[in-house]
Design a protein around this ligand. Structure first.
Ligand SMILES: [Fe+2]
Ligand SMILES: [Fe+2]
Length: 377
């Protein structure tokens, strides 16, 4: 005979424990589980005292989970695999399940807060979206930017900078745009977008600076491995925007984010680990949500979502240099970091090149000190 127990945990979450063996024909028991689920939008379902049931029982739970978010607690291998088949997430402890629930809530809250963010109306974003269309033209871009003095002067200044300048000076906006080409123009708009997002999230100067440094250093690594101009441009963008999720988290949840900073500093925990402890989610996940909301290209969402884990192997060509640059910067700034030397070696072997540096830290510091980034405002 199965037994049902209910307990309200601190924070108001209901823990439902099922103990004993569940019989498919015990309709009374199943309908009491169903009645509990009708009243609650989310529950922690503790199956640690569960002593077996048929596949039907897991299908039944899966049906309930369509109206009630359910986090199953179990360490039993058979139960875990039955849950997997039924599409139910499992957790080894009440704590980890509760944290995951808190993460879902934080993400839900963040998504609703994001609805009020007017970011899609920024000029730079409009231009970026336009440039993604297959029939874009310089003429139309000129029309779109001609009454925006800030953007016009940047385009002219960058086209005539030492980085791009050819023998003839670009004198008109159209000449400057043609000289820069699609990819570089896009980068100008992306940098403008980055700064407008920074403004929007009221990012601290050092946070903006971290993105810029990561961008320059990741590009430096990509260039040293003879990455193509397209690869370098993508890596540069990824470096710039990789931590956009932590900007959003610290803007929308400033007090909790202070706790994240304190944990990271006092307990020497990596930033995303401290975020998981406080929010039940991490800035990579939040960044991926933003990337989706703003229709970022796939390579960029890949870097943003994976820059601490390096799980998505297909994106390693772009994510690896950002990972290495980011961790070097954390090491330099005395912030907890993950070792990156091995990944750097992997990146160069992926590119079939020799690692060109003896003293990596010295070379990276030198590159940052000498960096010329034509896109910086
Ligand atoms: Fe990060
Ligand atoms: Fe970072």
């Amino acid at each position: 005979m199965a037994e049902l127990q209910l307990e309200t945990l601190s924070g108001g979450v209901t823990q439902v424990s099922i103990k004993g063996k569940v019989n498919d024909l015990d309709h009374q028991f199943l309908s009491s589980v169903s009645n509990v689920s009708k009243k609650l939008s989310h529950i922690l379902m503790d199956l640690s005292g569960f002593q077996g049931g048929s596949e039907k029982f897991f299908t039944f739970l899966s049906e309930l989970s369509e109206r009630t978010k359910m986090k199953i607690i179990t360490q039993d291998k058979e139960v875990i695999s039955s849950c997997q088949v039924a599409g139910l997430p499992t957790f080894p402890s009440v704590k980890s399940a509760a944290l995951s629930l808190a993460g879902d809530e934080a993400i839900g809250l963040l998504k609703s807060k994001l609805r009020d963010v007017p970011i899609l109306n920024t000029e730079a974003y409009g231009l970026l979206t336009y440039m993604d269309q297959p029939d874009w033209t310089f003429k139309k871009i000129e029309m779109m930017v001609k009454d925006k003095p800030g953007l016009c002067s940047q385009i002219l200044r960058i086209a005539n900078s030492a980085y791009f300048r050819r023998s003839n000076k670009a004198e008109t906006l159209e000449q400057a745009m043609v000289l820069l080409g699609h990819s570089n123009l896009r980068q100008i708009f992306f940098f403008n977008f980055y700064f407008s997002v920074g403004d929007l999230f009221r990012a601290q100067k050092e946070v903006i600076r971290h993105g810029q440094d990561c961008s320059s250093l990741a590009e430096f690594i990509c260039k040293a491995a003879e990455g193509s101009p397209d690869e370098c441009a993508k890596v540069r963008m990824g470096g710039l925007l990789h931590d956009i999720g932590s900007q959003a988290l610290s803007f929308f949840f400033p007090q909790q984010y202070e706790k994240v900073r304190a944990i990271s500093k006092n307990e020497s925990k990596l930033s995303y680990v401290a975020e998981l402890l406080i929010f039940g989610t991490e800035h990579q996940k939040v960044g991926s949500i933003l990337a989706e909301k703003w229709n970022f290209p796939a390579y960029l969402s890949g870097i943003i979502g994976d820059h601490h884990y390096l799980q998505a192997e297909t994106w390693n060509l772009f994510t690896l240099p950002v990972f290495c640059a980011n961790n070097f910067l954390h090491e330099r700034d005395n912030i907890p970091f993950a070792p990156y030397q091995k990944n750097l070696e992997d990146y160069f072997s992926l590119k079939k090149k020799e690692l060109p540096w003896q003293d990596i830290k010295a070379e990276f510091s030198k590159a940052l000190a000498e960096k010329v980034n034509p896109f910086e405002l």
